[in-house]
Design a protein around this ligand. Structure first.
Ligand code: SF4
Ligand code: FES
Length: 245
Protein backbone atom coordinates (compact mmCIF):
# COMPACT_ATOMS: atom_id res chain seq x y z
CA UNK A 1 0.00 0.00 0.00
CA UNK A 2 1.20 3.51 -0.81
CA UNK A 3 2.51 5.65 2.08
CA UNK A 4 -0.33 8.11 1.61
CA UNK A 5 -3.04 5.45 1.96
CA UNK A 6 -4.63 3.79 4.98
CA UNK A 7 -7.18 1.03 5.36
CA UNK A 8 -9.95 1.74 7.84
CA UNK A 9 -11.86 -1.30 9.04
CA UNK A 10 -15.20 -0.04 10.27
CA UNK A 11 -17.56 -2.07 12.43
CA UNK A 12 -20.85 -2.05 10.57
CA UNK A 13 -24.20 -2.99 12.09
CA UNK A 14 -27.73 -2.09 11.18
CA UNK A 15 -30.04 -3.59 13.82
CA UNK A 16 -32.97 -3.45 11.39
CA UNK A 17 -31.29 -5.83 8.92
CA UNK A 18 -28.10 -7.39 10.36
CA UNK A 19 -28.01 -10.24 12.85
CA UNK A 20 -24.35 -9.59 13.78
CA UNK A 21 -21.85 -6.74 13.46
CA UNK A 22 -19.16 -7.19 10.78
CA UNK A 23 -15.99 -5.38 9.69
CA UNK A 24 -15.91 -3.51 6.40
CA UNK A 25 -12.60 -2.26 4.97
CA UNK A 26 -12.25 1.09 3.19
CA UNK A 27 -9.05 2.36 1.57
CA UNK A 28 -8.59 6.13 1.99
CA UNK A 29 -6.03 8.36 0.30
CA UNK A 30 -4.65 10.54 3.08
CA UNK A 31 -4.29 14.29 3.00
CA UNK A 32 -1.99 16.32 5.28
CA UNK A 33 -3.59 16.99 8.66
CA UNK A 34 -6.42 14.50 8.05
CA UNK A 35 -8.37 13.46 11.15
CA UNK A 36 -10.29 10.21 11.56
CA UNK A 37 -13.50 12.24 11.17
CA UNK A 38 -12.17 13.63 7.86
CA UNK A 39 -11.45 10.05 6.74
CA UNK A 40 -15.00 9.01 7.66
CA UNK A 41 -16.36 11.87 5.55
CA UNK A 42 -14.12 10.79 2.68
CA UNK A 43 -15.69 7.32 2.91
CA UNK A 44 -19.23 8.68 3.30
CA UNK A 45 -19.00 11.16 0.43
CA UNK A 46 -17.00 9.11 -2.07
CA UNK A 47 -17.31 5.41 -1.24
CA UNK A 48 -20.30 4.46 0.89
CA UNK A 49 -23.17 6.82 1.62
CA UNK A 50 -24.76 4.26 3.97
CA UNK A 51 -22.08 4.62 6.66
CA UNK A 52 -23.45 6.12 9.90
CA UNK A 53 -21.50 8.10 12.51
CA UNK A 54 -22.11 11.10 14.74
CA UNK A 55 -20.44 14.48 14.58
CA UNK A 56 -21.30 18.13 15.05
CA UNK A 57 -18.62 20.68 15.98
CA UNK A 58 -15.58 18.98 14.38
CA UNK A 59 -13.51 20.76 17.03
CA UNK A 60 -13.53 18.57 20.17
CA UNK A 61 -16.32 20.54 21.81
CA UNK A 62 -19.65 18.78 21.28
CA UNK A 63 -18.59 15.25 22.29
CA UNK A 64 -20.58 13.61 19.47
CA UNK A 65 -17.78 11.76 17.68
CA UNK A 66 -16.46 9.58 20.54
CA UNK A 67 -15.71 6.04 19.34
CA UNK A 68 -13.10 3.31 19.65
CA UNK A 69 -10.21 4.14 17.31
CA UNK A 70 -7.39 1.62 17.00
CA UNK A 71 -8.39 0.01 20.30
CA UNK A 72 -8.73 3.19 22.33
CA UNK A 73 -11.69 5.47 23.05
CA UNK A 74 -11.00 8.82 21.38
CA UNK A 75 -12.70 11.71 19.62
CA UNK A 76 -12.61 11.16 15.84
CA UNK A 77 -12.33 14.90 15.14
CA UNK A 78 -9.29 15.27 17.41
CA UNK A 79 -7.40 12.18 16.26
CA UNK A 80 -4.88 12.71 13.49
CA UNK A 81 -4.65 9.71 11.16
CA UNK A 82 -0.86 10.20 10.99
CA UNK A 83 -0.60 9.20 14.68
CA UNK A 84 -2.20 5.81 13.90
CA UNK A 85 -0.03 4.84 10.96
CA UNK A 86 2.44 1.95 10.88
CA UNK A 87 0.35 -0.45 12.95
CA UNK A 88 -1.73 -2.12 10.24
CA UNK A 89 -5.39 -1.51 9.48
CA UNK A 90 -7.09 1.17 11.58
CA UNK A 91 -10.09 -0.34 13.36
CA UNK A 92 -13.10 1.88 14.13
CA UNK A 93 -15.97 0.67 16.31
CA UNK A 94 -18.75 2.30 18.36
CA UNK A 95 -18.46 3.17 22.07
CA UNK A 96 -18.55 -0.16 23.93
CA UNK A 97 -21.56 -1.47 25.85
CA UNK A 98 -23.94 1.00 24.24
CA UNK A 99 -26.99 0.25 22.12
CA UNK A 100 -25.98 0.75 18.49
CA UNK A 101 -28.35 2.85 16.38
CA UNK A 102 -26.29 2.13 13.26
CA UNK A 103 -22.58 1.46 12.63
CA UNK A 104 -20.60 3.96 14.77
CA UNK A 105 -23.64 5.85 16.08
CA UNK A 106 -24.82 4.77 19.52
CA UNK A 107 -28.02 5.59 21.39
CA UNK A 108 -27.42 8.35 23.97
CA UNK A 109 -30.92 8.26 25.55
CA UNK A 110 -29.87 6.36 28.68
CA UNK A 111 -26.72 8.50 29.03
CA UNK A 112 -28.71 11.75 29.02
CA UNK A 113 -31.43 10.29 31.27
CA UNK A 114 -28.65 9.64 33.81
CA UNK A 115 -27.41 13.23 33.49
CA UNK A 116 -30.93 14.66 33.93
CA UNK A 117 -31.36 12.78 37.23
CA UNK A 118 -28.72 14.93 38.97
CA UNK A 119 -30.42 18.26 38.13
CA UNK A 120 -27.67 19.47 35.77
CA UNK A 121 -28.38 23.14 36.21
CA UNK A 122 -27.71 25.84 38.78
CA UNK A 123 -30.48 26.74 41.21
CA UNK A 124 -29.66 30.31 42.18
CA UNK A 125 -30.86 32.40 45.11
CA UNK A 126 -34.20 34.13 44.56
CA UNK A 127 -35.01 36.91 43.80
CA UNK A 128 -32.71 36.61 40.79
CA UNK A 129 -30.24 39.47 40.28
CA UNK A 130 -30.97 41.89 37.49
CA UNK A 131 -27.85 40.97 35.51
CA UNK A 132 -26.03 37.83 36.67
CA UNK A 133 -25.02 35.71 39.67
CA UNK A 134 -21.58 36.93 40.65
CA UNK A 135 -18.78 34.41 41.21
CA UNK A 136 -15.21 35.36 42.15
CA UNK A 137 -12.34 33.75 40.20
CA UNK A 138 -11.14 31.93 43.35
CA UNK A 139 -14.68 30.56 43.90
CA UNK A 140 -14.60 29.08 40.41
CA UNK A 141 -11.41 27.10 40.98
CA UNK A 142 -13.11 23.88 42.23
CA UNK A 143 -15.29 23.72 39.11
CA UNK A 144 -12.65 24.76 36.57
CA UNK A 145 -12.12 21.14 35.53
CA UNK A 146 -15.57 19.55 35.77
CA UNK A 147 -17.02 22.43 33.76
CA UNK A 148 -14.94 21.22 30.78
CA UNK A 149 -16.95 18.00 30.41
CA UNK A 150 -18.25 17.77 26.84
CA UNK A 151 -20.73 14.95 27.60
CA UNK A 152 -19.13 12.60 25.08
CA UNK A 153 -20.20 9.52 27.08
CA UNK A 154 -16.78 7.83 26.88
CA UNK A 155 -16.43 7.52 30.67
CA UNK A 156 -19.85 5.99 31.27
CA UNK A 157 -19.36 3.58 28.37
CA UNK A 158 -16.03 2.47 29.91
CA UNK A 159 -17.43 2.01 33.44
CA UNK A 160 -18.01 -1.64 34.31
CA UNK A 161 -20.45 -0.66 37.06
CA UNK A 162 -22.53 1.26 34.51
CA UNK A 163 -22.49 -1.83 32.25
CA UNK A 164 -24.04 -3.96 34.97
CA UNK A 165 -26.65 -1.48 36.18
CA UNK A 166 -28.73 0.78 33.98
CA UNK A 167 -29.92 2.61 37.10
CA UNK A 168 -26.38 3.56 38.27
CA UNK A 169 -25.78 7.24 37.52
CA UNK A 170 -22.28 6.58 36.20
CA UNK A 171 -19.20 8.81 36.07
CA UNK A 172 -20.40 11.56 33.70
CA UNK A 173 -23.59 12.25 35.69
CA UNK A 174 -21.68 12.13 38.98
CA UNK A 175 -19.09 14.57 37.64
CA UNK A 176 -21.95 16.85 36.57
CA UNK A 177 -23.46 16.58 40.04
CA UNK A 178 -20.08 17.56 41.57
CA UNK A 179 -19.81 20.53 39.21
CA UNK A 180 -23.05 22.00 40.62
CA UNK A 181 -22.46 20.86 44.20
CA UNK A 182 -19.25 22.90 44.25
CA UNK A 183 -20.76 25.94 42.57
CA UNK A 184 -20.87 28.77 45.13
CA UNK A 185 -23.96 30.22 43.43
CA UNK A 186 -26.04 27.07 43.84
CA UNK A 187 -28.56 26.83 46.69
CA UNK A 188 -29.50 23.14 46.87
CA UNK A 189 -26.37 21.23 48.01
CA UNK A 190 -28.39 19.07 50.43
CA UNK A 191 -30.83 18.02 47.73
CA UNK A 192 -27.92 17.29 45.39
CA UNK A 193 -26.29 15.01 47.97
CA UNK A 194 -29.60 13.19 48.48
CA UNK A 195 -29.72 12.51 44.73
CA UNK A 196 -26.30 10.89 44.63
CA UNK A 197 -25.67 9.41 48.09
CA UNK A 198 -27.33 6.07 47.43
CA UNK A 199 -26.59 2.71 45.83
CA UNK A 200 -27.34 4.04 42.34
CA UNK A 201 -25.02 6.96 43.00
CA UNK A 202 -21.57 7.44 44.51
CA UNK A 203 -21.59 4.28 46.62
CA UNK A 204 -21.65 2.08 43.51
CA UNK A 205 -18.32 3.44 42.24
CA UNK A 206 -15.56 0.85 42.73
CA UNK A 207 -12.76 3.32 41.92
CA UNK A 208 -11.56 1.40 38.89
CA UNK A 209 -10.45 4.61 37.14
CA UNK A 210 -11.64 3.39 33.71
CA UNK A 211 -13.45 6.72 33.32
CA UNK A 212 -10.25 8.69 33.97
CA UNK A 213 -8.33 6.57 31.48
CA UNK A 214 -10.69 7.22 28.57
CA UNK A 215 -11.72 10.85 29.14
CA UNK A 216 -10.59 12.86 26.08
CA UNK A 217 -10.59 16.04 28.17
CA UNK A 218 -8.37 14.49 30.85
CA UNK A 219 -10.98 14.97 33.58
CA UNK A 220 -11.18 12.94 36.75
CA UNK A 221 -14.72 11.72 37.47
CA UNK A 222 -13.36 9.17 39.98
CA UNK A 223 -11.93 11.92 42.17
CA UNK A 224 -15.17 13.90 41.95
CA UNK A 225 -17.08 10.79 43.06
CA UNK A 226 -14.76 10.19 46.06
CA UNK A 227 -15.10 13.83 47.14
CA UNK A 228 -18.87 13.50 47.03
CA UNK A 229 -18.68 10.29 49.08
CA UNK A 230 -16.81 12.26 51.73
CA UNK A 231 -19.32 15.08 51.69
CA UNK A 232 -22.24 12.65 51.94
CA UNK A 233 -20.56 10.81 54.83
CA UNK A 234 -19.84 14.04 56.74
CA UNK A 235 -23.41 15.22 56.25
CA UNK A 236 -24.78 11.94 57.61
CA UNK A 237 -22.40 12.08 60.59
CA UNK A 238 -23.34 15.67 61.39
CA UNK A 239 -27.05 14.75 61.16
CA UNK A 240 -26.53 11.88 63.67
CA UNK A 241 -24.63 14.11 66.08
CA UNK A 242 -27.36 16.75 65.98
CA UNK A 243 -29.98 14.08 66.75
CA UNK A 244 -27.95 12.81 69.74
CA UNK A 245 -27.78 16.28 71.33
FE1 SF4 B 1 -16.59 12.70 28.16
FE2 SF4 B 1 -14.75 13.14 30.09
FE3 SF4 B 1 -17.18 14.28 30.26
FE4 SF4 B 1 -16.93 11.66 30.62
S1 SF4 B 1 -16.05 13.26 31.94
S2 SF4 B 1 -18.52 12.65 29.39
S3 SF4 B 1 -15.31 11.14 29.20
S4 SF4 B 1 -15.63 14.64 28.70
FE1 FES C 1 -17.70 17.55 18.17
FE2 FES C 1 -15.87 15.68 17.60
S1 FES C 1 -17.42 16.45 16.31
S2 FES C 1 -16.27 16.61 19.53
Amino acid sequence: MADNEATFKVQRFDPSSDSMPYWQPYKVVLKPGMTVLDALFEILNHQDGSLAFRFCCRAGVCGSCAMVIAGKVRLACETQVSTLMGRGDILLSPLPHQKVVKDLAVDYDLFFDRIKRVKPYMVGQEPYPEKEFIQLPKERVPINEPIDCILCGSCTSACTMAWTSSTYLGPAALLKSYRFLMDTRDTIPGERLDLIANEDGVWRCHTQFNCVEVCPKKLNPTEAIQRQKLKAFRRKLLGRRKKQK
